[in-house]
Design a binder for this molecule. Structure first.
Ligand code: A1LUD
Ligand code: HCS
Ligand code: ZN
Length: 365
């Protein structure tokens, strides 16, 4: 199996690298898939830093994402900027960067007049760009151009490329990944058929794992879990849900039931929450921990609310400002292992998370 995780270390690799390499060479056949993520976490020092808002950073660089493809439009119009944003997050301390494929779907590209083959190429390209960014970053590190935000400066920080998969609601481009209400006509089979080809492409793209993000309901979690098995997907995945009340996922399905679906699928190596206000995260981590021993990944948004019509984020009425980074220690103590940011967070957020996790002085406080 070809995977660019091999590039995360230089030639002078310690023994761990070789064990990881042999796990990956074997694919997931006969191997406990969680070995990859647990080995990776150990290599990172127990906790890993995930990147931050990807679309947010494209917007900060001047892109107008008011488009049905949202951030995926930049795969067509500004691939250089996509690479630059990945580099910004790597430079800020990310151990996991997510490809620009959240809203990159064959159906969405076809609606823009692209041929199926062009659409498939763009989806694969999203991972290639992330892998290129990693390679550039690691080469710069090897030359000593950049300091490491954490860890030993003589070793390279592990970096994984996760292929992002947004929900069916993301493709609809009407903000329905925040309601999870797809109507009665959308069945388990509809969702599996919708996602199947993209998941196949991403699984053989060279990504280290697939990040199923902003999952709004139980039905879509089940569709992903069944697809991973049916298609014999041989890279690991994480399932990340979103919530508006801190108790259920956005559709009203219970977070425990959703996390249980993820727990029951061997190919899922981490379970968590993204694009959810920071103040809700602590309780959700505790609920997830009750149903799974898999590592918990959390990457909340800024606490603002998405206006799907305007494709803009708005301050939430009556809510106090979310001091994101001040929560990190609490989330770590509640049992989370991977920490990043989602919409409206920036490389500065990720830099601050990295400091909280890896600056010994702040850990002891
Ligand atoms: C995570 S949301 C902010 C992504 C954008 C949404 N699917 C839309 O197209 O409006
Ligand atoms: N990876 C996506 C998630 C949106 S909820 C992004 O950061 O743009
Ligand atoms: Zn988000």
């Amino acid at each position: 199996m070809e995977t660019c995780v091999f590039k995360y270390r230089a030639e002078t690799s310690p023994p761990f690298f070789f064990s990881l390499l042999s796990i990956l060479n074997m694919g997931l056949e006969g191997v406990e898939p969680s070995a990859l993520i647990r080995g990776f976490l150990a290599e990172c020092g127990g906790y890993a830093v995930v990147d931050g808002g990807f679309a947010t950073e494209l917007e900060r660089h001047g892109q107008d994402l008011n488009d049905p493809l949202w951030s995926a439009k930049c795969l067509i119009s500004s691939p250089q900027l996509v690479r630059r944003v990945h580099l910004d997050y790597l430079e800020a301390g990310a151990n996991v960067i997510m490809s620009a494929s959240y809203q990159a779907t064959i159906q969405g590209f076809e609606a823009k007049g692209l041929a199926t083959e062009e659409a498939e190429t763009l989806i694969k390209r999203s991972v290639d760009i992330a892998c290129e960014a990693r390679q550039i970053y690691l080469q710069r590190c090897a030359k000593g151009c950049w300091d490491f935000p954490h860890g030993d400066k003589t070793t390279q920080r592990p970096v994984l490329v996760a292929a992002s998969v947004g929900s069916y609601g993301a493709y609809l481009a009407d903000g329905s990944e925040y309601s999870g209400n797809y109507g009665d006509l959308v069945t388990l089979e509809t969702l599996k058929d919708f996602h199947r080809r993209r998941v196949q492409i991403l699984a053989s793209s060279g990504a280290d794992l697939i990040a199923f993000e902003t999952i709004p309901n139980k039905l879509e979690a089940k569709a992903y879990a069944e697809l991973l098995e049916e298609e014999n997907i041989n890279i690991p995945a994480w399932f990340s849900f979103n919530s508006k009340d801190g108790i259920n996922v956005v559709s009203g399905d219970s977070i425990a039931e959703c996390a249980y679906i993820a727990d029951s699928c061997d190919r899922v190596v981490a379970v968590g929450i993204n694009c959810t206000p920071p103040r809700l995260i602590h309780g959700l981590i505790l609920s997830i921990k009750k149903v799974t021993n898999k590592p918990v990944v959390i990457y909340p948004n800024s606490g603002e609310t998405y206006n799907a019509e305007a494709k803009q984020w708005e301050k939430s009425e009556g809510k106090t400002g979310e001091d994101f980074v001040s929560y990190v220690g609490k989330w770590r103590d509640a049992g989370a292992s991977l920490f990043g940011g989602c919409c409206r967070t920036t490389p500065n957020t990720i830099r601050a998370i990295s400091r909280v996790l890896f600056d010994k002085a702040s850990l002891d406080n």
